[in-house]
Design a protein around this ligand. Structure first.
Ligand SMILES: [Zn+2]
Length: 299
């Protein structure tokens, strides 16, 4: 197993949301790759954190975290923004209350999406999708079942997204959630739970028109950090980008963070088999950067 480029990776997903590795498998993989610190950042859930802490013991530092989805607000140019809460108290009661509401609305949304997919003649039973969920349901769970039961119609998980599940798919089955946090709610909740609020992958929001302006506004609304180092070439909006292009994005947001006096995070956004080509520690922080961040945040 190859040693990771960075010893600290502050964005990883497990089976508690839409990743394919269990928290314990993720911990093993991180150790094999020589990582020393990871943040488990499942979408809208902290259910993977205790299993990760138990698996890691003293061998690997786990930063309790999560990644909030937020409400789209076109009039403010907010589209699909993800706020990472790093270093949170994952048992915080206010956090738990909100996460329960988010979970209920996510389940309701996914059931409606499955029903729309069924109207296209795709064989995808609701109960079978929900059985796969170990924390919060995601579109990937729908895609897995659709692929398995309809091999004549889909060639891969990505193909299900391209045909139906992506918001911009030709036959998109997207439906709005009945409950979503605003970006400010998400930032405030990170603080309530004792963590810092980090804008995930600022260069990977293709629907936002002026990202720098959005970052400037969020900085005034309490955002603490942006995720500067990120494998843009393997993610939406940038598939196949060259190393030089990725470096340009990273440098751009690095300079913006300096200008706005924001802290800097970094992560691979590892999801296991659903994002092949990404490995824990492909992006993250150097040890010196981590120590500086941890000191400022009191970790
Ligand atoms: Zn994810």
């Amino acid at each position: 197993m190859e040693v990771a480029a960075y010893p600290v990776d502050l964005q990883l997903h497990s089976t508690a949301s839409d990743g394919t590795d269990t928290p314990a498998e993720l911990v093993q993989l991180a150790l094999q790759r020589g990582l020393r610190v990871i943040a488990l950042t499942d979408h809208d859930t902290v259910l993977g954190i205790e299993p990760a802490l138990a698996a890691a013991g003293e061998r690997l530092r786990i930063v309790p975290a999560l990644e909030f989805s937020t409400l789209n607000e076109p009039e403010r140019d907010y589209f699909d923004l993800n706020i990472l809460g790093l270093g949170i108290r994952h048992h915080d009661p206010a956090l738990q209350t909100v996460l329960q509401q988010v979970l209920e609305s996510r389940i309701e949304q996914k059931v409606r999406q499955i029903e729309k997919l069924q109207t296209h003649g795709v064989d995808v039973p609701v109960e079978e999708v929900l059985r796969r969920v170990n924390g919060v349901p995601g579109r990937v769970h729908i895609a897995q079942v659709a692929l398995e039961r309809n091999p004549d119609r889909f060639t891969s998980i990505g193909d299900v997204f391209a045909q139906y599940l992506a918001t911009d798919a030709p036959n998109s089955v997207y439906v709005k959630r009945t409950f979503s946090l605003t970006v400010e709610d998400a930032i405030d909740l990170c603080h309530t739970a004792g963590g810092i609020a980090v804008l995930a992958h600022p260069g990977a929001y293709p629907r936002v028109h002026d990202m720098d302006a959005v970052v400037r506004r969020l900085a005034q609304q309490g955002l603490d950090a942006i995720e500067v180092r990120y494998p843009y070439g393997q993610n939406r909006g940038h598939y196949g980008a060259s190393a030089a292009e990725v470096a340009r994005y990273v440098a751009h947001f690095d300079a913006l963070a300096d200008e706005l006096r924001l802290l800097k995070s970094g992560g691979s956004d590892y999801h296991g088999q659903v994002k092949p080509g990404i490995h824990p520690g492909d992006a993250g922080l150097t040890w010196v950067e981590w120590e500086a961040l941890a000191a400022v945040c009191g970790w």
